[in-house]
Design a protein around this ligand. Structure first.
Ligand code: HEC
Length: 193
């Protein structure tokens, strides 16, 4: 079950990454690979997070994956990103935050607003990748994350009591529950340092 969900997410990531869009296109002739690198970084981050999460849940259960998530997400992400983290910053954010450290930077707010309350729509995947430029000239890339069945265990409407309690211990101000299947959960983003 978990494996299937994981694959669906990865398939989606790959499909999304194959789409082209004209805004601020990289210029490979000038050694500029921003679009390609940012997209592949997002794919690496997503698949490595999902794999690690699935592995921990199936090994030790959902409750134990909460502190695991808390302490290991950044290092997992850094392992996955390797060389690219010298050039790029990255993270996850949401309109409903669990960890305040993931609070959105100002440039992410319009995109959170755009997707908030929406549900995954296969016919719109080509509208999902976001690419843009900050006032300081640095470029960014982001993709919406939608809730699958696995996410519901920790972000859904009916959490198991032990899971709910553990979340409250680590994140007393948690706002990241009450999501429905396929609902927009947040954004994964990359920007130039
Ligand atoms: C085992 C429980 C668990 C599962 C399953 C889970 N998450 Fe989370 N999620 C967390 C925890 C804990 C955090 C806080 C991580 C941190 O401290 O940075 C978090 C944080 C996030 C964030 C960062 C924004 C915030 O609220 O701090 C996003 C986005 C997110 N999760 C999306 C997802 C998606 C999408 C899925 C399904 C693919 C998922 N999560 C599955 C526990 C879980």
């Amino acid at each position: 079950m978990n494996k299937k969900i994981c694959l669906n997410q990865i398939t989606l990531a790959v499909l999304t990454s194959l789409l082209t869009y004209p805004v601020l296109a990289e210029d490979k002739s000038k050694g500029d690979f921003f679009d390609t690198e940012a997209k592949s970084l997002v794919i690496e981050l997503k698949s490595s997070l999902l794999q690690n999460l699935s592995r921990e849940i199936s090994k030790n259960g959902t409750e134990s994956a909460i502190p695991f998530c808390h302490t290991n997400v950044k290092s997992i992400a850094k392992d996955a990103a390797k060389e690219k983290i010298k050039k790029y910053e990255f993270g996850r954010t949401s309109h409903k935050i669990r960890n305040e450290k993931n609070s959105p930077e100002a440039w992410l707010l319009p995109y959170l607003e755009k997707f908030q309350g929406s549900f995954f729509d296969q016919t719109k995947v080509n509208e999902y990748p976001i690419i843009g430029q900050l006032p300081n000239g640095k470029r960014f890339y982001a993709e919406p994350l939608f809730v699958n069945a696995q996410c519901l265990q920790c972000h859904g409407e009916n959490l198991a009591k032990n899971v709910q309690e553990k979340i409250q211990v680590f994140y007393p101000k948690d706002k990241a529950i009450g999501f429905k299947l396929n609902e927009f959960r947040g954004l994964i983003w990359v920007k130039e340092k």
